[in-house]
Design a protein. Structure first.
Length: 96
């Protein structure tokens, strides 16, 4: 499953996100979801441990001034074409 985090991680139930995911799932952070790149607490560590891969949409990071931080953290950056491939490559998705 592909999980799409479009809301700030401060505005959703991170425990619900974790309970509906598995290590076989991927997560892509878009829109305000890219704020996850700044979060450094127990929940964010669980996110990275609980998902197969965690992607961040590069244009949304750039629009929020977070691209440099994401590159320093060596996060997986995605463009819109990759986002389409991710969506098409998963049988189902869930938006948060």
């Amino acid at each position: 499953m592909l999980h799409i985090l479009s809301n700030s991680p401060y505005n959703i139930s991170m425990s619900s996100l974790l309970s509906f995911s598995s290590v076989f799932d991927d997560l892509i952070c878009i829109q305000d979801g890219v704020i996850l790149s700044l979060v450094n607490n127990d929940n964010s560590k669980k996110i990275y441990d609980n998902f197969n891969l965690v992607y961040f949409l590069q244009d949304d990071l750039s629009a929020r001034g977070l691209l440099t931080i994401a590159k320093k953290k060596r996060l997986i950056l995605s463009n819109y074409q990759s986002f389409v491939y991710l969506t098409a490559g998963h049988k189902s998705n869930m938006t948060w």
